[in-house]
Ligand binder design. Structure first.
Ligand SMILES: Nc1nc2c(c(=O)[nH]1)N[C@H]1C(S)=C(S)[C@@H](COP(=O)(O)OP(=O)(O)OC[C@H]3O[C@@H](n4cnc5c(=O)[nH]c(N)nc54)[C@H](O)[C@@H]3O)O[C@H]1N2
Ligand SMILES: Nc1nc2c(c(=O)[nH]1)N[C@H]1C(S)=C(S)[C@@H](COP(=O)(O)OP(=O)(O)OC[C@H]3O[C@@H](n4cnc5c(=O)[nH]c(N)nc54)[C@H](O)[C@@H]3O)O[C@H]1N2
Ligand SMILES: [Mo]
Length: 759
């Protein structure tokens, strides 16, 4: 029995709890004065872009926009702790492997390039030149460039990412696994098919004009906290906010704005969701079909009563293909089946449908709760279907809003981190650099892991991230990395992926977003693209963690020169000296970035062209396309009452695999992460109570997560929740969306049994 650290949390999200958490973070990582000063430069017009999330900045940032988790992201990077060669000399890799992920990163910032020494089992210092030479020798002696994998995590700037893809394509492969493959790939693929672009169609201003907002499968109070300001304003002006989420996330229930003196002083808060629909995990396609079915019924009724109907027929005719097929599918889908598949009642779905139909302009926001399923692409397309029915694209206050993950994951894709090598990019590279980049599709994250596991790839270079830990099935992914000839990690802090030893291992320390980047031509800025396609500059202000640390663009340029020599005469040195030249090259290759250097000088930056926002559809038909999904997406073995569908969650105290701390305040978990959230009836059926110790076993593999404590929680029956990345052991690599490659992190069939020791 272990119910230690499990207790209910009654306060609203934000508020004093958030301020206290920030004070604690600053105390543990920085000194208070420089910590507070650093935070004031966050997301200001001439400061640095917050490395936290991809939510856009308001046009006129007059004062510090407070955000607890942005503060954690910044202080965690700007920490005074250092992982020096002396620190590595004290701890062998074997020892470090026994540490918790929190403690590994808590060693602090990497200060020197390091190489693993098998004789002593320690990472030891190496010179930059030698590190690049070793990388070059390994890459240049590989029989085939397609035997190397080049991973990107979404913190890399546009400049670093563009150079990286140029280097890799000049080297000869499109193997670009990237964090987006684990995240919004269902969006990139799914929306591109139906509206011609895999990005948000809305801008931040649109939220001021939305008559209703639907929020599906995302947790902004934790993952996009600055969005809470926007949701709070929408709620205050009376716009309904309809939430679809199996868990009652506190910030979506009520939020106290730390910026609001009244809410802070009076301990009050603003309700956020007008309707909170706790659907079953994986029930989104069914729920969306239910909402659309309700809209069709309202349309029928209105027409029967002599009205014009609630569908936007002019829009449907001019701008879409296939509405009839969709409508027929909805008519053929029966309410009892919808109710069973999503766990919501017909009345609830009809109510949501009525809100949707009544609102002139609707925005649908969504996140990982939608994309990380075996049918993630189709789920995304159901959202597009819903919006298309009433022409909710390309007018003020309406549109689709996927909430991107990493702060520059979207920009990285835009500037060429894409295993599919789009034709315009290839043509641009040919035009500007005079060579033909490879055409054949390379590996995404799942394919890269499979290639490494199968011995078909032998080298892995990582521009950030913690790939092996972020991926499903660590048993396989760890073994895959350990089978390599060379692993190179460009990173800010040590993590578990760095400890999975290949034959040769290099750890190259880089600057973070918050730090001053001075090159031959002077101080440099980089640029990033937020979730609403705004591209703007980011200028670090803090001193680098050590004089040996280099910027990501400088590292990529030096590596490229070592590997490629003067192949294709790419001016790597000039790029490293002056990032303006990189941006000029991006603009030459990708015309949407014309006048790049001038346009990022404007506070707030510039917006890339968004077809759907102008009702321009770059699809084969030239129109927006309705896509029917046959069925209701019941992924798990429903007929076995013993099987639960596990969804994997981020706590409030983590950034992906970076674990800041062990609390998950809003969900009432303190000082631990080894818990599984379950419905009280599911517990009763297993004669379990909060604190009882259980084992979670995977269906489809023999993996077991042992010694977890159950928490009785408000989550639908048949569903369970546990934290990522610990629960990744339960997810077979084969469970992913076959269309987009996105792993099914959010619908994992498991069994829960009382742990053997305590039975
Ligand atoms: N502080 C902080 N900020 C972050 C991150 C972080 O880890 N920490 N990560 C960044 C990254 S890379 C990303 S991708 C984003 C992630 O941001 P989110 O998209 O918010 O990701 P999650 O926290 O994984 O899950 C979101 C929500 O989905 C719900 N959910 C689970 N299963 C289902 C389902 O089947 N259907 C529905 N409708 N909902 C479901 C969960 O209850 C949870 O509330 O945040 C980014 N920002
Ligand atoms: N079960 C489960 N698994 C998941 C998810 C889930 O919801 N459930 N979510 C998935 C998602 S959405 C994502 S995006 C992936 C995340 O996958 P990744 O992006 O690979 O992982 P992160 O944890 O964000 O990477 C953290 C590391 O990045 C390095 N780093 C931090 N800042 C910088 C920088 O500025 N430059 C460089 N070079 N390195 C830096 C540090 O060394 C740090 O240890 O995980 C996926 N995995
Ligand atoms: Mo992500």
């Amino acid at each position: 029995m272990s119910d230690k650290g499990i207790r209910e949390y009654h306060a609203p999200a934000g508020g004093w709890g958030a301020l206290r958490a920030v004070a604690r973070t600053i105390r543990s990582q920085m000194d208070a004065v420089s910590g507070s000063k650093t935070l004031l430069r966050n997301n200001q017009p001439h400061g640095f872009d917050c490395p936290g999330c991809a939510w856009p900045d308001p046009k006129h940032t007059s004062a510090f926009e407070f955000c607890e988790n942005g503060a954690k992201a910044v202080t965690w990077e700007a920490t005074k702790k250092r992982a020096t060669p002396e620190v590595f000399a004290q701890h062998s890799v074997r020892e470090l492997l026994t540490w918790h992920d929190h403690d590994l990163e808590n060693l602090g910032r990497l200060t020197h390039p390091m190489i693993y020494d098998p004789a002593t089992d320690h990472y030891v210092e190496i010179s930059w030149d030698e590190a690049f030479q070793r990388t070059a020798t390994a890459l240049n002696t590989l029989p085939d460039p397609n035997m190397a994998e080049f991973y990107t995590s979404g913190r890399a700037s546009n400049e670093a990412a563009f150079l990286y893809q140029l280097f890799v394509r000049a080297y000869g492969t499109n193997n670009f696994p990237d964090c987006s493959n684990m995240c919004h790939e269902a969006t990139s693929v799914g929306l591109a098919q139906v509206i011609g672009l895999g990005k948000a169609s809305v801008s931040l201003e649109d939220f001021d004009h939305a008559d209703a907002i639907f929020s599906i499968g995302h947790n902004p109070g934790t993952n996009h906290p600055r969005m809470m300001t926007t949701l709070r304003e929408a709620s205050k002006r009376g716009a309904p906010i309809v939430v679809f989420n199996p868990l009652r996330e506190r910030a979506l229930e009520r939020f106290a704005a730390p910026q609001s003196p009244v809410e802070m002083a009076t301990l009050t808060s603003t309700p956020i969701a007008s309707d909170y629909l706790q659907l079953k995990v994986g029930g989104d396609i069914a729920a969306l079909k239910g909402v659309m079915k309700a809209v069709i019924a309202l349309d029928d009724a209105d027409i029967a009563a002599g009205g014009d109907g609630v569908l936007d027929r002019a829009f449907l005719t001019e701008h879409t293909t296939g509405p009839e097929t969709l409508i027929n599918d909805l008519r053929d889908t029966l309410w009892p089946d919808i109710e069973a598949a999503c766990g919501l009642t017909r009345a609830q779905l009809e109510h949501a449908g009525a809100i949707y139909a009544k609102a002139k302009s609707v925005i649908v926001c969504y996140g990982m709760g939608v994309t990380q399923h075996s049918n993630g692409t189709s789920a995304v397309q159901q959202i597009s279907n819903l919006l298309l029915l009433r022409g909710n694209f390309g007018r003020p206050g309406a549109g689709i809003c996927p909430l991107r993950g990493h702060s520059n994951v979207q920009g990285d894709r835009t500037v060429g981190i894409d295993e599919k090598a789009p034709a315009p990019l290839r043509e641009g590279i040919k035009r500007v650099f005079g060579f033909d980049p490879p055409v054949a599709h390379g590996h995404d994250a799942v394919a890269a892991m499979e290639a490494m596991a199968g011995g078909r790839s032998k080298i892995m270079i990582c521009l950030g991230g913690n790939l092996a830990v972020a991926m499903p099935d660590p048993t396989r992914s760890f073994a895959a990395v350990r089978s390599l000839d060379l692993a190179v990690h460009i990173a800010t802090k040590p993590n578990r992926s760095h400890l999975l030893l290949a034959k040769d291992n290099l750890l190259l320390p880089c600057l973070g977003r918050t730090e001053m980047d001075v090159q031959a031509s002077g101080p440099q800025s980089v640029s990033v693209e937020d979730t609403m396609s705004m591209v703007h500059a980011s200028t670090g202000k803090l001193p680098p963690p050590s004089e040996h640390v280099r910027s990501e663009p400088a590292i990529v340029c030096a590596m490229a020169r070592a590997v490629l020599g003067d192949r294709y005469n790419i001016p790597w040195e000039a790029y490293a000296d002056n990032y303006d030249l990189i941006r000029d090259a991006i603009a030459d290759v990708l015309p949407a970035f014309h006048d790049y250097n001038a346009r990022i000088q404007v506070p707030g930056g510039f917006r890339l062209p968004i077809g759907p926002a102008e009702r321009v559809w770059k699809t084969p038909s030239g129109k927006a396309e309705f896509r029917v999904f046959a069925g209701l997406n019941v992924e798990t073995v429903e007929h076995d009452p013993d099987v639960l569908t596990l969804t994997t969650l981020r706590s409030h105290d983590q950034y992906n695999t970076t674990i800041y701390g062990l609390d998950d305040r809003y969900r009432g978990i303190f000082g631990r992460r080894d818990v599984v959230f379950m419905n009280p009836d599911d517990l009763a059926a297993r004669e379990l109570a909060t604190g009882d110790v259980v084992d979670l076993s995977s269906i489809g593999s023999d993996a077991v997560l042992k010694g977890y404590s159950v928490v009785s929680y408000n989550i639908p029956r048949g569903c369970a929740g546990a934290y990522y990345p610990e629960a990744n052991v339960l997810i077979p690599l084969s469970r992913h969306d076959k269309t987009s490659g996105t792993p099914s992190y959010k619908s994992v069939p498991i069994k829960v049994t009382r742990a053997a020791e305590t039975a």
